[in-house]
Ligand binder design. Structure first.
Ligand code: HAM
Length: 416
């Protein structure tokens, strides 16, 4: 029996992980410069949290969650997204009492049982941010800017930002009725999937991928034209901020997103370098969600970006050549006594922060030299009876071939 990883999951191997670490480092830098603080929430939560926040009738909740009963018969779910968990933590830990605006970010795995394909996995990774406690339209723009700045600092510029407003509980119900009336007229010509959504989740009909449906939807009323004054003003403010900061964007009246918690702003960033799964990031405002989850009425806005998709775009642009960090020094042992000394010395040097490798496979001196070469070590030191008796050895620089005599008891000074 050969065990294989679960469909839609991936190992990230040495040689690849350096790219991840580089991106994660950059994300942390961008987040820090915007004053966001990292939060780590558990990988699983009670199922009800996601059903309540993402929406009972969304694809994520009805079809894609990894849900199971634990041994106490509690229904738990591997988190399909980060926002619900962050808000649960915000409420549970009274973060709102410590600061009137909480700026939080996260990097981590999420789980959705979707049909795996390029850029769509069952365990994938997101980095994201949530700003909780302010209605300022500037923060909506800030979310888009954080994502775009991260892409830009990685050299990814071929991105498109689409923005919309999905209204609020005041203007959306009226628009929904209007939309359902309009959809009823063309219902019989729409795809079965869109037809099934008309009653349950009519807004999702707007962003369906079916080309025939999209042709039929050309004259559909759009929510951005039916916003209440407050939502309309907010939307105008967000767009003006983007204009003023020279962030290219288009208003896409059919952008509705697959999660139900949004109010007012919704946005998506796509890349032409991706295939059918072209969304690099998505986000928006959720001013009602914290109250919905049992907290005090508190506005919030956030975004999340897919790591795998970002790496796909990067790799398409140019081959990424990050190599695994290399040991600085290889200490070759000529015999058993030397082997003992070498191991002890390696421990000592490593504690001082010097990257050292030694032999664990009983290899000959020649084979150890070959290994040091394969590992691209900068320096090699051979230890045998002569070196141990005299207390000194010769360190060879593997790049320049220069040699230097060193005292074995003060080896660390060579690397100081
Ligand atoms: P989302 O649009 O569902 O939003 O996901 C955000 C991003 O995660 C997507 O644009 C995509 O890059 C990546 N992603 C989603 N599903 C997969 C998958 N199966 N495989 C690979 N990548 C995927 C959210 O998750 C919201 N929580 C964003 C948010 C935060 N809104 C407010 N705050």
């Amino acid at each position: 029996m050969k065990y294989r990883s679960i469909k839609g999951t991936k190992d990230i191997l040495p040689g690849e992980i350096e790219v991840w670490q580089h991106i994660e480092g950059l994300v942390r830098q961008v987040m820090r410069s915007h004053n966001y603080h990292e939060i780590r929430t558990p990988i699983f939560e009670s199922t009800a949290l996601f059903a309540r926040s993402i929406g009972e009738l969304t694809d994520i909740v009805t079809k894609e969650m990894y849900t199971f009963r634990d041994r106490s018969d509690e229904s738990v779910t591997l988190k399909p997204e980060g926002t619900a968990s962050v808000l649960r933590a915000y409420i549970q830990n009274n973060l709102g009492e410590h600061a009137s605006l909480s700026k939080l970010y996260y990097i981590g795995p999420m789980f959705r049982q979707e049909r795996p394909q390029a850029g769509r996995l069952r365990q994938f990774h997101q980095f994201g941010a949530e700003a909780i406690g302010s209605q300022a339209p500037a923060l909506d723009a800030e979310m888009m800017i954080i994502a775009l700045d991260t892409y830009r600092s990685l050299g990814i510029t071929e991105t498109a930002l689409k923005v919309n407003s999905v209204g609020c509980q005041r203007c959306r119900p009226h628009y929904k009725e209007l939309l359902i009336d309009h959809l009823a007229i063309i219902a019989s010509q729409l795809s079965a999937e869109s037809q099934s959504r008309i009653q349950n989740n009519p807004l999702r009909v707007l962003d369906c991928k079916d080309e025939q449906d999209q042709r039929l939807l050309q004259n559909v009323p759009l929510i951005k034209d039916y916003l209440c004054q407050e939502c309309a003003d907010h939307f105008t403010h967000v767009l003006t901020t983007l204009d003023e900061t020279q962030i290219e964007h288009t208003v896409d009246g059919k952008l509705v997103r697959g999660l139900d918690y949004y109010t007012k702003t919704a946005f998506e960033i796509t890349s032409s370098a991706l295939g059918s799964q072209d969304a690099l990031a998505g986000g928006g405002r959720y001013d009602l969600l914290i109250e919905e989850l049992g907290g005090k009425p508190t506005p919030g806005v956030g975004f999340a970006a897919g790591m795998e998709r970002l790496i796909m775009v990067l790799t398409k642009q140019k081959p990424i050549t990050f190599s695994a960090p290399l040991p600085t020094l290889y200490i070759v042992s000529a015999d058993e006594q030397a082997r003992h000394w070498t191991f002890q010395k390696a421990i000592e040097l490593r504690r001082r922060g010097i990257a050292v490798e030694v032999d664990y496979l009983d290899r000959s001196v020649k084979a150890q030299m070959r290994e040091a070469n394969r590992l691209n070590c900068e320096f090699v030191l051979v230890i045998g009876e002569r070196e141990l008796t005299s207390g000194s050895g010769t360190i060879k620089n593997m790049i320049s071939s220069a040699e230097a005599s060193v005292s074995l008891s003060q080896l660390e000074t060579f690397f100081a």
